[in-house]
Structure formats: structure tokens, C-alpha cells
Design a protein around this ligand. Sequence first.
Ligand code: SF4
Length: 264
Amino acid sequence: MKRSAADIWESLKGQVDFLTEAGAGFALRRPGSVPGGPTAGIDGPAPDQRPGQDSQARMPGPASLPPLPERAPQTDAERQDLEELEAQVLSCRLCPLHRLRTNAVPGEGDRAAELMFIGEAPGRDEDAQGRPFVGRAGQLLRKIIAAMKFREDEVYITNIVKCRPPDNRVPHREESEACVPYLLRQIELIRPRVIVLLGKTPTDRFLPSRQGMTARRGNFGEYCGIPVMPTFHPSYLIRNEGNRELKRMVWEDMQKVMALLGRK
Ligand code: SF4
């Protein structure tokens, strides 16, 4: 897809804005130095750590994970199954959320992406457009993706449930249970090399724990052999707009993903 100069400028500007707010200068400093000081490590603080505390012992970085295996190329049958799955989602009536939707939102991006982002559910803008992450939180996610040196059409973005819950509430358990088989099949067919979980709902689904997101983010887990990285949802960053520390944490998490994928 050819992009206009204005599109490229907007993308670069968004990338620089996010990196500046995230304090990217901190995140790129060399490891093994004074914690929180001018040469703090790339892994940054531990999840439940206050800025300035030492973190290296508690927070495994990508270096502690085995190298990602090579993937076999996606087959025509897998591609076709994905298209059929997306069509099924558009007409799905398996849970009560179908009654309130304008559009179901199966997901978008490269159907053979090596990197997949999973959020909670479509919001108002997503429901109106039938596309994931197009509202304010979506704009921020797209800045993060650009800062990670990926094009939007190189990754796949989707949610735990594909229809908007009323008033953007958290999906009920029965709604998630009805919808998650679509997501699991998407993962099976896309075969991403790394998955990023955006916020508590997808993190609870793939990495259940009693700990809060602050303790869980930044630590790779695993689903069917695929490394999964939980981090804060972009809407949480927006709700806490003045808190640059949160942006810095998300950027640290994304740097681990980039390192694992060889996108440093
Ligand atoms: S949320 Fe999922 S299970 Fe429920 S109607 Fe929409 S697509 Fe079907």
C-alpha cells in the first residue's frame, strides 16, 4: 500500500511524540549501571518497583528466552480459513453482544503477522467503523507500533471479544467464553511469533494471576509455545495522561518484544 508524504509525516511525528513522552532516552541506556541513574538498564524497573529501585534480578529480559523458532510459511488453506473466520464473526450471534453492535470487529492487519496485539473489546469508534483500535486509544497504539519500527499492516490487531459491550464495560465471562474460540483459532492460523496483551482482560485470559497489571507487565509468559508480553492498555495511558512513567514502562515492555523479534 503506497502512503502519502502527509501520512508518513504524521506517522513519524506520532512515533517521535510517543518516544519523547516515554522518555526513550532512559530506556536505551546501557545495562549494568546506577539504577535509575544516567546509565540505567534497558530492562528498566521491575513491575512493582518504584523508579530508582534496582530491578535486574527480578525481571527476565528477552535474553533469558530461547531464540524464536523459524515459522513455516502460511498455507493457502490457513489464509482461506482466516477469511472465513472473519466472515463468521461478522454475522455471529453466539452471545447477547450481537444485539447491540453496529459492526462486529474481527481484527485487521497482516493475516500472517509475526506480531499480534490483543486488546479487550471494540469501543464506540471501533463499533462504528468495524475496525479495531481506531479511537483515541487506537491512535496511541498505532504510535507505539510505529515506534517499534513496524508498519500497521505488518502486525495483526484484535480483541478478546469482537462486539462492543454496552458503555464499554468489561466483557462478561460468558461473552468472553463464547467469543474466545474465534481468537484462539486466529492465533492458530496466524501463528504469530510474539503476542502483546493489552491490559487486564487479555492478560487474565492468557496469564491468569491474582497479581495486578503493574506486577505482571513486562514479564514474558507463554501460550502454546508463543511468548506473550502483557502491558498496559493504551486507554489506561490516556486516562493517566500526565503519568509519563506508565508510558516509559510500556516502551520498556515493547523494547523486549522488539529485541526478541530482532527489531532493535
Ligand atoms: S462478541 Fe463474539 S461471540 Fe458474541 S456475538 Fe460478537 S462475535 Fe459472537
